[in-house]
Design a protein. Structure first.
Length: 115
């Protein structure tokens, strides 16, 4: 099983980034896919998730209206479009896959929002 995040980096406040998580080794289309983040000294928190079929999404209140999660089941990839970024969005962003008791994680990608 592999989950590989990409797209992180340094961006100025108000800017945008698009994270990608390419996966392999499991039946992607049947898993709930999520993005979490962990800032220094803080616990990992859920940013957004998207169910396997139907595209129903859920967002943390802190990112609602600014971030958009999407998935491409043909490419086994989940995305996170992040707009209007704020310094408090600075964190390591992790991709996660969940189905019942099965859970897989990526290695994370750093997002830094700073002028």
């Amino acid at each position: 099983v592999q989950l590989v995040e990409s797209g992180g980096g340094l961006v100025q406040p108000g800017g945008s980034l698009r994270l990608s998580c390419a996966t392999s080794g499991f039946t992607f289309s049947s898993y709930v896919m999520s993005w979490y983040r962990q800032a220094p000294g803080k616990e990992r928190e859920l940013v957004a998730n998207i169910i396997s079929i139907g595209g129903i999404t859920n967002y943390a209140s802190s990112v609602k209206g600014r971030f958009t999660i999407s998935r491409d089941n043909a490419k086994n990839t989940v995305y996170l479009q992040m707009n209007s970024l704020k310094p408090e969005d600075t964190a390591i962003y992790y991709c996660g896959a969940t189905k019942g008791d099965s859970r897989y994680w990526g290695q994370g990608t750093q997002v830094t929002v700073s002028s």
